[in-house]
Design a protein around this ligand. Structure first.
Ligand code: FAD
Length: 525
């Protein structure tokens, strides 16, 4: 049995943030994740680090201001993963939103961002709007409103980097370790977990539990004997399609007047999302034909013709928003704020509900502070930031770093840029790991210019247990339409040449990856 101050359940971005926050406050902590780190909702978002302009419609000014502040923090710490994105809102006569509301929205968004503003918003009315966006329907277009946020290429890496930092401070994090039983003791909780890879059981005694299980929060609470529902999970799906436009659009769906995104992502287009109640098991969430049809028909309404159809869609994925349970509100009107709930004797069972990717740091801080308080403030007050920046915000310094990577490690500029995008300044560590073996540093795929060394690194240094973990959540290639499936030969070569697998074993590992990618992404192979 292992004794800790806190067991954290859930290894998405929220749990990972909590682990780092707790470690930086001097607490002894273990994080347990039943699948791979970030394999839940964290890997199924719209990949925006955003203020949430649409919440202004519901007058949630505080929430937007907080998100914009957190957006700035994420940019300061993970600039390598972010890309500024100009988002265009076309307003049509047939829509619910008026030009006045949209105009006020983008200006208020600027105001709330304050000095963390990315760029000033713009407003185009009448003919000017038609001249700016030629590719969409002009039928009834009365205005175009442009504001700025960030796109994040790999949200999963925020969780991984946080876990890595926490582990280097003495924390522990186990993936593929499902919490199966939670019992109360005199001084806290006993948590029993099972590792699905080794088949081993583990027992932890903790003074407190942090339940960061996302859409599974109520399942985990039930295990600990708590009743009722803190959550109202809603499902959102995305389509990954051929490039429809180079512009990011935030558009109103004609069918129900909801807003959804059409976003350029790498060299393709990401369309989403939907927002529907999901009363079923959180383990069973996938895009249904009705969700796909909803997005297709509303995209085509905006382009004024059949621009998107099944033949242009590569794949689709779904996730569950762990929203706070507010009875009587429509799905999209449920507030996205977070709430920390302390239950059980002394309030030692702490659940973190609601929130979003963008606010994960604040969610983690609020949760750990509450847990620390109910434990009578063990550890200490944190001194300084819990996390050192692992990217470079200054463009000139960034260019210099990329030049350094090419010179020092003998790689091309495209590969250096790709590795900087994924690992930030830790690209140096990855390349040192690759050593002098040129084969490990030659591009794996023309799509992202990443290298075979990353596969080994993911297995050896980043807790990956299978190819799905490596390719989908630790490498940029998992964000391309083919998800690495087009590089079968090269990937198998890494497995046989460097990991001692036989050709038969490599075949088996690759076909498991093919099956899991197909299931998760409804991918066409
Ligand atoms: C469609 C969609 C689009 C979104 N878009 C955005 C966006 O663009 N920007 C933004 O800021 N936010 C966005 N969000 C919200 C954001 O993605 C989530 O709020 C965030 O990722 C939740 O992270 P999490 O760590 O709380 O949950 P998760 O990532 O789901 O992590 C919870 C983890 O708990 C684990 N777990 C469950 N039960 C157990 C158990 N018994 N034992 C061990 N582990 C367990 C699960 O396996 C899971 O990995 C979006 C959400 C959705 C659904």
């Amino acid at each position: 049995m292992t004794h800790v101050d806190i067991v954290i359940i859930g290894g998405g971005v929220t749990g990972a943030g909590c682990l780092l926050e707790a470690l930086s406050r001097g607490l002894r902590c273990v994080l347990l994740e039943k699948g791979d780190f970030s394999s839940g909702t964290t890997s199924a978002s719209s990949r925006l680090i955003h203020g949430g302009i649409r919440y202004l419609e519901h007058l949630h000014f505080g929430l937007v201001a907080e998100s914009l502040k957190e957006r700035f923090w994420i940019w300061q710490h993970f600039p390598h993963l972010l890309r500024p994105i100009a988002i265009h809102i076309p307003v049509y006569g047939w829509g619910k939103r008026s030009p006045l509301v949209a105009g006020l929205g983008v200006k208020l968004h600027d105001l709330l961002a304050g000095k963390a503003k990315i760029e000033k918003s713009s407003i185009y009315l009448g003919k000017k709007a038609r001249n700016v966006v030629r590719e969409i329907s002009h039928d009834g277009l009365s205005g175009l409103f442009v504001f700025h946020d960030y796109q994040i290429l790999m949200p999963e890496r925020i969780a991984l980097e946080s876990i890595d930092a926490a582990v280097s401070m003495g924390g522990r994090a186990e993936n593929y370790t499902r919490v199966e039983k939670i019992s109360q003791t005199d001084g806290g909780y006993l948590v029993e977990a099972r590792n699905s890879h080794t088949g081993e059981n583990a027992l932890f005694s903790a003074a407190a539990v942090i339940n960061a299980a996302g859409a599974w929060i109520d399942e985990v609470r039930k295990m600990a004997g708590f009743r009722g529902k803190l959550l109202r999970p809603t499902k959102g799906i995305h389509l990954e399609a051929e490039k429809l436009t180079g512009r990011a659009l935030f558009v109103e769906a004609e069918t129900d007047r909801r807003l959804f995104f059409i976003l350029p992502f790498l060299n393709h287009t990401l369309v989403g999302t939907t927002d529907t109640d999901h009363p079923g098991s959180p383990d069973d969430v996938r895009p249904l034909p009705g969700d796909v049809d909803y997005l297709i028909s509303n995209v085509n309404r905006i382009f004024g013709g059949v621009k998107l159809g099944p033949s242009r869609i590569f794949s689709a994925y779904a996730g569950l928003r762990p929203l706070i349970n507010v009875p009587g509100k429509s799905e999209s009107a449920v507030p996205r704020r977070h709430l920390v709930v302390c239950e059980g004797p002394g309030g030692r069972f702490v659940s973190i509900t609601g929130g979003k990717l963008t606010t994960y740091r604040k969610m983690a801080e609020d949760t750990v502070k509450k847990a620390q308080a109910v434990l009578g403030n063990p550890g200490g007050k944190r001194e300084g930031p819990p996390f050192l920046p692992c990217g470079i915000t200054d463009p000139r310094e960034r260019e210099e770093f990329i030049r350094h990577l090419t010179g020092e490690h003998g790689i091309g500029e495209e590969t250096a840029s790709a590795l900087y995008t994924v690992y930030g300044t830790r690209a140096d560590v990855l390349l040192a790991f690759a050593g002098g073996d040129a084969r490990l540093k030659s591009p794996l795929s023309p799509e992202t210019a990443e290298i075979p060394a990353q596969i080994l690194y993911a297995y050896e240094k980043e807790s990956a247990k299978c190819l799905e973990d490596v390719l989908l959540r630790r490498m940029l290639i998992g964000k391309t339409p083919k998800k690495g499936l087009g590089e079968e030969g090269k990937i198998k070569e890494v497995l046989t040449r460097y990991m001692g697998k036989s050709p038969g074993e490599a075949d088996g590992l690759f076909s498991s990856f093919r099956d899991s990618a197909a299931a998760k992404f409804m991918i066409k192979i």
